[in-house]
Design a protein around this ligand. Structure first.
Ligand SMILES: C[S@@+](CC[C@H](N)C(=O)[O-])C[C@H]1O[C@@H](n2cnc3c(N)ncnc32)[C@H](O)[C@@H]1O
Length: 257
């Protein structure tokens, strides 16, 4: 069976999440610049870049060594069109599974935005993403994850919802797994022609402490949490969990005795 994360991110995804647009991305990137000061002249990776809205904002804000990685060829094609329209040159787009990030000590900054983490069924696979990012980062590189706050989601879960999105009727069903370790979201769309389509998402709900422990076991030393990209204090009521992890100096040969 094709895993959900391979079949759910195409043109239909862009319609369903049309409100997640370039304006929002621009505000996100401005906040990230304040929060972690990613260097504009050093390599930056948008991991799970989708249709390139954050890459476009980064380019507009002066970043000149950009890479986007995503598994969806369809979304990467939209990203390329969007970047070309913005006059962004030399942005590398890579179609690849995030677990197999093919870089070593290359990026100064890696961003994982709008819940692009926790998709895999097994914890070891999600941990493999963190190991791959650690390997891909330079010394004192920073990794920012914009993720769900599990406690907030448990307290505010809307199980059923109906909306008109992009002119189509959409029913949304959200359910926790019995062990409360994943959130399962299914969207049923009825097109104007009366055709029914179904999209699924399934995200592992790590607690802040669990993510921090996973980052540390991947090699990160300094790990901080925030309640928003604007650097607000994290509490159980924060809608988001933002984690910033940094790589420490790696011990050289002959050192550490
Ligand atoms: C929720 S979307 C967020 C996209 C983008 N960060 C944004 O804010 O618009 C998650 C993205 O992760 C990508 N993705 C899913 N599984 C992936 C994998 N195994 N490796 C790389 N990218 C993946 C999807 O194709 C999708 O573009």
């Amino acid at each position: 069976m094709i895993p959900w994360y391979k079949s759910s991110f195409g043109h239909e995804y862009l319609k369903l999440y049309a409100h997640r647009d370039e304006n929002e991305a621009q505000a996100d990137i401005e906040a990230i610049i304040e929060l972690i000061a990613p260097p504009r002249d050093k390599p930056l990776l948008d991991l799970g870049c989708g249709a390139g809205r954050h890459l476009t904002a980064l380019y507009r804000l002066g970043f000149r060594s950009l890479t986007g990685l995503d598994l969806s060829e369809e979304l990467l094609q939209v990203a390329q069109e969007r970047l070309t329209a913005a006059g962004a040159k030399n942005v590398k787009l890579l179609c690849c599974d995030m677990r197999f990030l093919p870089y070593k000590e290359h990026f100064a900054s890696v961003l994982s935005l709008f819940t692009s983490f926790g998709y895999f069924a097994r914890d070891a696979e999600n941990a493999a993403v963190l190991h791959a990012v650690y390997r891909a980062l330079q010394l004192r590189g920073k990794f920012l994850i914009d993720y769900i706050n599990r406690e907030y989601l448990l307290a505010n879960l809307v199980q059923e919802e109906e909306k008109i999105l992009a002119g189509e009727q959409v029913k949304i069903a959200r359910q926790l797994t019995a062990d409360h370790r994943r959130i399962e979201k299914t969207m049923f769309i009825t097109t104007a022609a009366g055709i029914e389509k179904k999209f699924h998402e399934s995200v592992r709900l790590y607690t802040p402490a669990e993510i921090e422990a996973m980052l540390k076991s991947a090699g990160f030393t300094s790990v901080c949490r925030y309640g928003s990209l604007r650097g607000e204090r994290f509490t159980s009521q924060s809608a988001r969990l933002i984690v910033v992890a940094e790589t420490c100096p790696r011990p050289g040969p002959g050192k550490g005795k």
